[in-house]
Design a protein around this ligand. Structure first.
Ligand code: N01
Length: 535
């Protein structure tokens, strides 16, 4: 295949694989460019100890193929990283996708020349295409804090999102973990089990719900397989793309003992569904406080040392306004003799020394291995680092200098024929990702079919984009989500990043209906122009 195509897709994770499959099926000349040497995206890179999905396996998977649904067997309630990667490798083989992907190919720039996209790679290759689709994930741009002295650290350090494929042997070693988000909370218990000593540097205490992971029995798996049609229907109609509905129980109307019993049942069942145990958790501060209080009480019940429990107890944001982690024995880990907790909000990290971490107070923590579970430059970061330039040389970095702005999270004004799967301004990270990805890919496939049939170029109008930005803000403001001041949803975790609430919080089903209405109305939010050709 030559390097001039209808469509180039950047990324070969869940989004890129399905895009290639779908567009190839429609007869487009499509090719994927992937920085890694294999498929998998997020699940290729995030190989840290304990990496596991927080959606359950029977619905954290594609829905586009009934055969695939029936033939793949998940082994656990929550799929681990290696199993998800095997699944995506199976998908790539089963649908013969690898022949349409160049691996170890990092895009360094992509510019629209008035006619086509011209894409340059680190290895010096050039690709051109009419339509460019980004499938780069929302959490793929690692955020390593700029702490003085890191370069001189004599031990080894790793960011969890770039974990070495050969693993890191921490047996008997002094290990430090910075960060207690979903990643840190998964990694800490596993690292603690083999480290000589584990020191956790916590800046913000986090709410976490037990996952209650377990092997998936043959009966459970068969039940899901028999029920997929109904499961998929619930997902499509839901707020988060999960196959369960939010309870309509008004927790404030319940007597204390009944409320506690209700939360106990949800805690025992475990998982993200805890959020859906009562209504209005993310809308009503009083309701939220009942859930927050319950979790705080669990932390104090679980952790033996009351002083440690106090440091682990969150008070600065309502439950679930930051993405709630789910865990296996996270709070229990602080009862181990080889684990210590350092409150770096009270005594910040001042410097990395050759021998470890020095705090502002001068206290030293000697370390052999330092793990940064410090998250990502989320949603906009993976797009900004592609070196995108739209009409008349407009750089995305310039267009987004005051924050990411898109129409429907699917395209950017000034960037013709560019489509962004699960981009900023779409529900993405607030939902079950494969569900959102498939909705985006199907919508983009329909639009590309329309553009091809009528020989059109498309780009969002500035007016539609501005209206969408207002709506994204209103949707967030109707919830408690913006109250978590340090949240990556707001870009607050990356120094200097403009504070814009990035994902669309109005709900998956509502969003899907708006996308469908846009298509049915002939794409009024897009300027559709007869194709311009370079002279
Ligand atoms: O990243 P995070 P993550 N000094 O940004 C701390 C998904 N995910 O990789 O809160 C000290 O949430 C930071 O502290 P603070 C999921 O969507 C899913 O854990 O900014 N600390 C925070 O504690 C998730 O939300 C799964 O004060 C510093 C932590 O690092 C998203 O990925 C598993 C610091 C970063 O937490 C990101 O999660 C894993 C500094 N300089 C991830 N800088 C599942 O499916 C940052 N921190 C289960």
């Amino acid at each position: 295949m030559g390097n001039d195509l209808d469509v180039v897709v950047i990324g070969a994770g869940f989004a890129g694989l399905y895009t290639i499959h779908r567009l190839r099926g429609l007869g487009f000349a499509v090719h994927g460019l992937e920085a890694a040497d294999g498929v998998g995206g997020t699940w290729y890179w995030n190989r840290y100890p304990g990496a596991r999905c927080d959606s359950e396996s029977y619905y954290y998977c594609y829905a586009f193929s009934r055969e695939l649904e029936q033939e793949w067997d998940w082994s656990e309630r929550y799929p681990g990283q290696a199993e998800i990667l095997s699944y995506l490798e199976h998908v790539a083989d089963r649908f013969d996708l690898r022949r349409s992907i160049s691996f170890s190919t990092t895009v360094v720039s992509a510019a629209h020349d008035g006619d086509r996209w011209v894409i340059d790679t680190e290895g010096g290759e050039r690709w051109t295409c009419r339509w460019l689709v980004t499938a780069v994930g929302c959490l793929s741009s690692a955020n390593v804090p700029d702490i003085p002295g890191l370069d001189g650290f004599a031990g080894e350090w790793h960011h969890t999102g770039q974990w070495p494929h050969e693993g890191v042997d921490v047996t008997g070693r002094r290990v430090g973990v910075v960060g207690t988000g979903s990643t840190g909370i998964q990694a800490i218990p596993v690292l603690a089990a083999s480290a000589g000593h584990l020191t956790v540097f916590q800046r913000t205490a986090n709410f976490s719900i037990p996952a209650r992971n377990a092997p998936l029995s043959a009966e459970e798996a068969a039940g899901y397989k028999a029920d997929y049609a109904a499961i998929r229907e619930v997902q499509q109609a839901s707020t988060n793309g999960h196959p369960f509905v939010v309870s309509d129980v008004d927790t404030l109307a319940l007597p204390d003992d009944e409320r506690r019993a209700l939360f106990e049942r949800a805690w025992e069942r475990g998982g993200l569904r805890f959020r859906a145990a009562v209504r209005d958790v993310l809308a009503d501060p009083e309701v939220n406080e009942t859930a927050s209080d319950f979790i705080r009480s669990k932390i104090h019940e679980t952790v033996d040392d009351p002083a440690v429990a106090a440091v682990l107890t969150p008070h600065d944001h309502p439950f679930a306004t930051k993405r709630p982690p789910i865990d296996t024995d996270y709070f229990e880990t602080y009862n181990r003799a080889n684990v210590s907790l350092v409150d770096v909000r009270a005594d910040p990290i001042a410097q990395i020394t050759p021998g470890g971490v020095r705090l502002a107070s001068g206290a030293e923590h000697p370390l052999d291995v330092l793990v940064f579970a410090t998250g990502f430059d989320a949603l906009s970061g993976p797009l900004l680092r592609l070196g995108l330039r739209g009409r008349d040389g407009l750089a995305l970095t310039e267009a987004w200098s005051e924050g990411a702005a898109t129409y429907l999270g699917l395209g950017v004004a000034g960037f013709p024929n560019l489509f962004t799967i699960t981009g900023p301004g779409s529900p993405s990270v607030l939902t079950n990702m494969p569900t959102s990805i498939e909705q985006h890919v199907d919508w983009i496939a329909d639009l590309l079919g329309h553009l091809r049939a009528h020989d059109l170029d498309a780009e969002p109008t500035p007016e539609a984009q501005a209206r969408w930005a207002d709506h994204v803000r209103e949707a967030a403001d109707a919830t408690l989500l913006p109250q978590a001041a340090s949240s990556w949803y707001l870009g607050a975790n990356v120094p200097g990043k403009p504070r814009v609430f990035l994902p669309y919080a109005g709900g998956f089903a509502r969003y899907r209906e708006m996308c469908d209405a846009e298509a049915q109305a002939g794409y009024p939010g897009f300027a559709l122009r007869a194709r311009r050709r370079a002279a």
